[in-house]
Design a protein around this ligand. Structure first.
Ligand code: NAD
Ligand code: UDP
Ligand code: UDP
Length: 343
């Protein structure tokens, strides 16, 4: 791997290549694509807090200005409405590449656009990283494992993905994005990092994005039945967003390319998740069964041994601790501020 440039090391105040988090340093110039989205906006908050200059590049397909509006007027913050499928010229030190719809409902809405975003969008950001010598981090996904035949999933597992299914625009798109990232690393010496993110929830998720946690929470608050797809025995492992952001920053600052699984190993069936939502919001919430979607993975749970060992990272917030934090935000957005505290 190419050594970081002297300019880069000076900028981050690093000595000897070790770059511990929280080190006193000069601000970096960081671009966050998809920074107006759910995960991106939480990452932007942490980078701003650290004193970096942050440029958000977002086309607002699923992102919202409200997520980053609190930084408007700060000279260290800039927001560019731009589609990553088009080239862009910027001068930056780090690129966190998140731009891509993440909810199945959103990424299936225009599958060809999802593929372009993953392939052409990632190519453009890697071209940018190559031109300016920036470090590049790809937010890939646990979906690269498809409907996994290995459980829990380890980074060395190559996955079980349907290349011609309705989810392929996303999972094959992300697999190609990983390939591009490694080819720019091997072929053009770009410094890269790959995170494979498992299901993440928290404040600022789109209320009606169709993902299971946002659906259940909004449904329980609105006194609607919780919609369980299929028999509800399929599993997912849910990570609170602050844990993910910590993992992404450790990965970017560390010395390892990855890929790294970033997720919470706590595994729940959808029926168990519905129960936790009932306990947290409304014990009387009803459950309604609906047909499941095509190619839905039966189980998913990260093996995070690698991230523990090499990044010194593991999630701290359990589902029962994290859910109330999300409910507070959803309650305000569903009912408006005046009803905060009521159900
Ligand atoms: P999100 O939909 O809230 O955010 C995605 C952001 O990217 C939005 O602001 C959207 O407007 C923007 N965007 C989409 N297409 C774009 C384009 N062509 N050009 C510019 N901007 C574009 O989703 P999220 O949950 O915050 O996910 C962020 C990243 O993390 C995504 O890459 C996603 O694949 C990955 N990820 C998320 C999860 C999760 O559970 N949240 C799991 C695995 C991977
Ligand atoms: N690119 C970009 N910004 C830059 C540099 C490159 O958007 O600052 C785009 C460029 O338009 C191209 C892609 O990134 O579509 C890949 O660039 P690279 O230089 O690797 O390849 P080439 O332009 O030679 O095809
Ligand atoms: N699901 C559900 N009810 C909903 C939405 C989703 O039971 O209202 C299920 C879905 O079938 C899948 C799981 O929850 O098995 C996770 O779906 P989500 O869309 O949140 O994320 P995925 O992991 O599939 O990308």
């Amino acid at each position: 791997q190419r050594k970081p440039s002297v300019e880069y090391l000076n900028r981050i105040g690093a000595t000897g290549g070790k770059i511990p988090l929280g080190l006193k340093r000069k601000g970096l110039r960081v671009v966050v694509t998809g920074g107006a989205g759910f995960v991106g906006s939480h990452l932007v908050d942490r980078l701003m807090e650290r004193g970096d200059t942050v440029i958000v590049v977002d086309n607002f397909f699923t992102g919202r200005k409200e997520n980053v509006m609190h930084h408007f007027g700060n000279p260290n913050f800039e927001m560019i409405r731009h589609d990553v499928v088009e080239p862009i010229l910027l001068e930056v030190d780090q690129i966190y590449h998140l731009a891509c719809p993440a909810s199945p409902v959103h990424y299936k809405f225009n599958p060809v656009k999802t593929i372009k975003t993953n392939v052409v969008g990632t190519l453009n950001m890697l071209g940018l990283a190559k031109r300016v010598g920036a470090r590049f981090l790809l937010t890939s996904t646990s979906e690269v494992y498809g409907d996994p035949l290995q459980h829990p999933q380890v980074e060395t597992y190559w996955g079980n993905v349907n290349p011609i299914g309705v989810r392929s625009c996303y999972d094959e798109g992300k697999r190609t994005a990983e390939t591009l990232t490694m080819d720019y690393h091997r072929g053009a010496n770009v410094e890269v990092r790959i995170a494979r993110i498992f299901n993440t929830y928290g404040p600022r998720m789109c209320i009606d994005d169709g993902r299971v946690v946002s659906n259940f929470v909004a449904q329980a608050l609105r006194k609607e039945p919780l919609t369980v797809y299929g028999d509800g025995k399929q599993t997912r492992s849910f990570q609170f967003v602050s844990d993910l952001v910590e993992g992404l920053m450790r990965l970017m600052e560390g010395e390892h390319v990855g890929p790294f699984n970033l997720g919470n190993p706590g595994e729940f069936t959808m029926l168990e998740l519905a129960k936790v939502v009932q306990e947290t919001i409304d014990p009387n919430a009803n459950i309604e069964f609906r047909p499941n979607t095509e190619d839905d993975p039966h189980k998913r749970k990260p093996d995070i041994t690698k991230a523990k060992e090499l990044l010194g990272w593991e999630p701290k917030v359990s589902l029962r601790q994290g859910l109330p934090l999300m409910v507070k935000d959803f309650r305000q957005r569903v009912f408006g501020d005046q009803k905060e505290g009521s159900s």
